[in-house]
Write a protein that binds this ligand. Structure first.
Ligand code: SF4
Length: 354
């Protein structure tokens, strides 16, 4: 019998991935990322050190650690951790056993999150905007981080207007907003690259003020509603961090490049950054992306877990579809961290020196 399940590969959390009852992997025609991740998982990946593939994964972790010379407190980049994985990550962060790399976090996303946190801006869920908004303004480029979002928006009846990298001048000229911004319910979606480079903070502030201004009476009985949707690519980890410590991820983050990548890299353009030393799980893009690779189980495919949708609206179950007996990402990372902590000879570095 065929059924559907929640996709674990990006925070959009699409819940319509088909799983063939005959055991065939589904083709995700609408989403290249899910298709690529599923194909990689289906065909199986093996451990790799530089360009040498290693079939026998037993004893690989210690051997890799000897050769890779990771620092005692490695910097991590983690793609789409589940809530369960996030709890372990938060423990390790608080204990100063790892740090997070913010080098790949989008400056517009960070600036707008700070503005919303400070101003308590009017926000809504994606589902509410999909159902009720008359106009939707998409700022930035959601395709890379949330591949199916634009396709979902194209199916709506609402007017959808897209802008990229708007600057403070553009926003300040909106003191006389266009007609489509003056409809009775406007949803504003802020994705990566929403604001012009180095203007992220001021642009986020101006947008926040514009949203406040757009919330005005339409007539004696009706209010015009304008809401912001912040699409967070770190919703699970930042939520668990807030619940358990009341801190933001920034406190434990560094702008330095990561030593360890958990899951697939968020961006498949490796020309602008050095390879990480070790990647655990996800798609293996070869030595350009990581010096070494360890295959690992994927929550939502061969492991169970839970995840929060990117707008924080709902917690979704990630169910196990197949049995692979691969170690989980958390188990492998735990082995790496325990080994590094125990190895007093391992020098503590402050960055990813290459
Ligand atoms: S958009 Fe994200 S959640 Fe939806 S199918 Fe693609 S990778 Fe999965």
């Amino acid at each position: 019998m065929a059924f559907t399940y929640v996709c674990p590969f990006c925070p959009l959390g699409c819940d319509d991935l088909p799983w063939g009852g005959n055991g065939d992997w589904a083709q995700i025609a609408e989403c290249e990322r899910a298709s690529a991740e599923l194909a990689s998982f289906k065909h199986g990946t093996v451990a790799r050190l530089h360009d040498r593939l290693i079939d026998d994964q037993s004893l690989v972790v210690d051997d890799f650690l000897r050769r890779l010379k990771l620092p005692a407190v490695p910097i991590l980049s983690v793609n789409q951790p589940t809530i369960e994985e996030s709890k372990r990550l938060v423990d390790w962060l608080v204990q100063s056993r790892i740090r997070l790399s913010s080098a790949e976090r989008d400056p517009s996303e960070r600036a707008f999150a700070n503005t919303i946190g400070r101003d308590g801006n009017v926000t809504a869920t994606l589902g509410d905007v999909y159902r009720h908004a008359k106009s939707i303004w998409v700022l930035g480029d959601p395709d890379e981080t949330f591949p199916r979002l634009n396709k979902q928006l194209d199916r709506l009846k609402a007017t959808v207007v897209r802008s990229r990298q708007i600057d403070s001048l553009y926003l300040s000229r909106l003191s006389e907003p266009a007609d489509w911004l003056l409809r009775d319910y406007v949803g504003i979606i802020v994705a990566s690259n929403a604001f012009a480079e180095s203007e992220e903070t001021i642009a986020a502030d101006l947008l926040s003020r514009l949203i406040a201004k757009l919330n005005a009476p339409l007539d004696d009985r009706r209010m015009r509603r304008a809401v912001a949707i912040r699409l967070s690519s770190d919703e699970n980890l930042s939520s668990v961090m807030r619940w358990t410590t009341n801190h933001s991820l920034d406190r434990y983050s560094t702008d330095l490049a990561a030593h360890i990548q958990v899951g697939s890299p968020r961006r498949a353009d490796f020309s602008a950054r050095p390879p990480v030393k070790l990647q655990i799980g996800g798609i293996d893009f070869g030595p350009d992306a990581a010096d070494a690779y360890l295959p690992a189980g994927q929550p939502g495919i061969d492991l169970a877990g839970t995840t929060i949708r990117l707008d924080g609206s709902v917690t979704l179950p990630l169910t196990r579809q197949v049995e692979t007996h691969l170690p989980s990402r958390g188990t492998l990372l735990g082995q790496v961290i325990a080994s590094l902590s125990a190895d007093s000879a391992s020098p503590i570095e402050t960055g990813n020196k290459r």
